[in-house]
Design a protein around this ligand. Structure first.
Ligand code: GLN
Length: 325
C-alpha cells in the first residue's frame, strides 16, 4: 500500500528535527544522490528520485510535498537496498520493474532490453506508413482483388514494447511478435496482457523470421517487418556503459563482429516473407545506416530512407520490397 504520512497541522515549513538515523524524505534523497554521484551514476538525482518515489509508492512529483516528512524505517531499509543495487550500476528500470515507452508503462526485468527513447522513432516511422489502414499489398488473390495486408512481424520483440505500441495504435493490425528468448517472451506476454492486445498479438519463440512463411496467393500478407535487432559491434562492447554491458541481455545487444550479423538475417528473411510493396523498418546503431541501406538495396528493397532520432543520429532505416505490386 502506498505510504501516506499523516501531517500535523502547521508542520509544513522548516524541516523537522529527526532522530539520528531517521532522515526526512528530502534528506534521504540528498544522501542517496550523493552516494550515486560518488559511484559515477550518470543522473544521480533523477535516479534517486525514481527509486524513492517507487519505495514510497507515490508519483515522483509528490516527493517535493513530502520532503520534510520522516521516512518510516521499513521504507528507509527498502530504499537503502534499491540504492545499493543502483550503485552496482543496475539500471533503475530493472529495480522498479517499469519503463515508459510511447506514453505506455511496460514491465521490464533483466530478461529484456529496456525500451529506449530512440526506439520510439522506429515506432513512429511504422505508424506514419501504416496509419492509412491495411494496405492492399501482394499479388491479386484467386478472386482478383489484392490480398489484404494485415500482419506485422516484430523480429526480436524483447519486452514487446514495439509490438504492443503498434497494436494499440493500429486497431486493425495483427502482430506476430517473435523472440529467440523464452524469458523475453514471458515478459512480452505480461505487457501484451497488461495493454489488452492479446487478441491481436501472437508471441512465437523463433530466430529472426524463420517461423514466418513466404506470402501465398489469397492469404493475408505480411504488411510490414519491424525490428530493433542486436546491433552492437564487437569493438564497441568494452565501451558500453556498465548498465548495458553488465546488466542487459547480451542476446538483445550483440550484433557480432561488425554489429550487422542479425541485420543481414532479418533483411534476408524480410525479403522472403514480404510481398512487393511491403515495408521493412529497422533500428540501427550510430554510423551503421549507410551499410544497412546498402544491404537492403542489394537484398531486394527499393527506395531506402534513413530517419534521424531526436539526437539527430541516423537511427531508423525504412525500405519497401520492390517488384510489381
Ligand atoms: N541502443 C542500445 C545501446 O545503446 C543497443 C540496442 C540494440 O542493440 N538494439 O546499447
Amino acid at each position: 500500500m502506498p505510504w501516506s504520512p499523516t501531517r500535523k497541522p502547521g508542520s509544513s515549513g522548516a524541516p523537522r528535527s529527526t532522530e539520528p538515523g531517521r532522515p526526512t524524505v528530502g534528506q534521504a534523497l540528498d544522501l542517496a544522490t550523493a552516494r550515486l554521484r560518488a559511484t559515477g551514476v550518470p543522473e544521480p538525482r533523477a535516479d534517486a528520485a525514481v527509486l524513492l518515489a517507487w519505495v514510497l509508492g507515490v508519483p515522483r512529483a509528490r516527493l517535493a510535498v513530502l520532503r520534510d516528512d520522516p521516512l518510516p524505517p521499513e521504507i528507509q531499509a527498502r530504499f537503502g537496498a534499491a540504492v545499493a543495487r543502483r550503485e552496482a550500476r543496475e539500471p533503475a528500470a530493472y529495480i522498479t520493474g517499469e519503463r515508459e515507452f510511447f506514453s505506455l508503462p511496460f514491465y521490464v526485468d533483466r530478461r529484456v532490453l529496456i525500451p529506449r527513447p530512440e526506439t520510439e522513432c522506429l515506432v513512429e516511422a511504422v505508424l506514419q506508413r501504416l496509419q492509412g489502414g491495411p494496405p492492399a499489398v501482394g499479388s491479386p488473390g484467386p478472386t482478383g482483388e489484392a490480398a489484404g495486408g494485415g500482419w506485422l512481424v516484430d523480429a526480436g520483440t524483447g519486452s514487446g514494447a514495439v509490438a504492443v505500441t503498434l497494436a494499440s495504435r493500429l486497431p486493425w493490425l495483427r502482430v506476430l511478435a517473435v523472440d529467440l528468448s523464452a524469458g523475453a517472451l514471458a515478459v512480452a506476454r505480461r505487457n501484451v496482457e497488461r495493454h489488452g492486445v492479446g487478441g491481436r498479438v501472437r508471441l512465437v519463440q523463433a530466430d529472426a523470421l524463420e517461423a514466418v512463411g513466404a506470402p501465398a496467393d489469397g492469404e493475408p500478407s505480411v504488411t510490414a517487418v519491424v525490428s530493433n535487432p542486436p546491433y552492437v559491434a564487437r569493438a564497441e562492447w568494452a565501451g558500453l556503459p556498465p548498465e548495458v554491458r553488465d546488466h542487459e541481455p547480451r542476446l538483445a545487444l550483440d550484433g557480432g563482429g561488425d554489429g550487422l550479423v542479425v541485420v543481414r538475417r532479418v533483411a534476408a528473411g524480410a525479403a522472403r516473407v514480404l510481398p512487393p510493396g511491403g515495408w521493412l523498418a529497422l533500428e540501427v546503431g550510430a554510423g551503421q545506416a549507410p551499410a544497412v541501406a546498402d544491404i537492403l538495396r542489394e537484398g531486394g528493397f527499393g527506395k531506402v530512407e534513413v530517419l534521424p532520432d531526436l539526437a539527430g543520429i541516423p537511427r531508423v532505416v525504412v525500405a519497401r520490397r520492390s517488384g510489381p505490386a
